[in-house]
Design a protein around this ligand. Sequence first.
Ligand SMILES: O=P(O)(O)OC[C@H]1O[C@@H](O)[C@H](O)[C@@H](O)[C@@H]1O
Length: 320
Amino acid sequence: MVDRANRPSALNAPSAAAPDAQVDITGTGASSKVTATLPSGESVEVLLYGATVTSWKSNGGKTENLWLSDKAALDGSKPVRGGIPVVFPVFGPPPKSGHATSTLAQHGFARGSRWEFLGKSTSEDALDSSSVKLDFGLYSSGISEEARKAWPLDFGLVYSVTLSKDSLQTMINVCNEGESSFEFQFLLHTYLKVKDISKVAINGLLGVEYVDKVLNASTHSQTDKSVTITGEVDRVYSKIPQNTTTVVEDGSPRFDVVRDNLQDTVVWNPWTEKAAAMGDFSPDSGFKEMVCVEVGAVNGWQKLEKGEVFEGGQTIKSLL
Ligand SMILES: O=P(O)(O)OC[C@H]1O[C@@H](O)[C@H](O)[C@@H](O)[C@@H]1O
């Protein structure tokens, strides 16, 4: 169990980040964000609202890897359309009844809550001069009254975002701080930026079963080596045996998405009509420049007993 007294905080964290990595906190209220930049130019930006990573630049800061809608709300008025929203404690629309999450909003409350910046924490990786680790926290006491009423359970989340030269790692730590067990789902809703969706192939899912949300939630098996996107795609791949999913663009590997203690991956692209129907999705043609590859634990529920901790996440490697 995470000991509250020992949680890192922005005030008392030992400054173990890469010696020259620069970390800035800018903005106020719901628009506050933390930016970290490595001496070699790579950077990451995390909005405290949702602990949403809104930008990740590699290649000396020259290549943006995440798609962010031109109309994404960055003022805390609604979850961010783009970047990496954190989905917890339920994925998609919650079960209609009979589950503790039933009255929560789609994708839960974590992406719509203001997180705390806990600071630059010590870790072996962070001692490497080419990486910096930022920790964010969200606790039961920090969510809206409405969310607390809908899910009155005591939890602590610590979300760690580690920027290295060619990769970004995002890991969640979920702790049950209550007196009884609870169940949850978790997902990292990553919007990857691509140049041309017609040239994108997603590999690493061959033979995996998926639920196709576009085809009435029917179950299928991935029979092609690559998933290609030529229309709306909304698939939940489950129990994936291998940890790496590779996004290939124009024949060359562009991203490796490596799951850590997570077995599921959602592939989503809204395509023409769904994109146009979302008020915060812009430009309308933006679906041609993004694909969501969302790692998670969304098949069934993760159960945590009192005091137990779950850890899982991803490392995305930019292969340019
Ligand atoms: O509009 P939202 O709530 O951000 O959800 C976007 C999409 O998120 C994906 O994860 C879901 O599989 C889709 O069904 C959903 O449409």
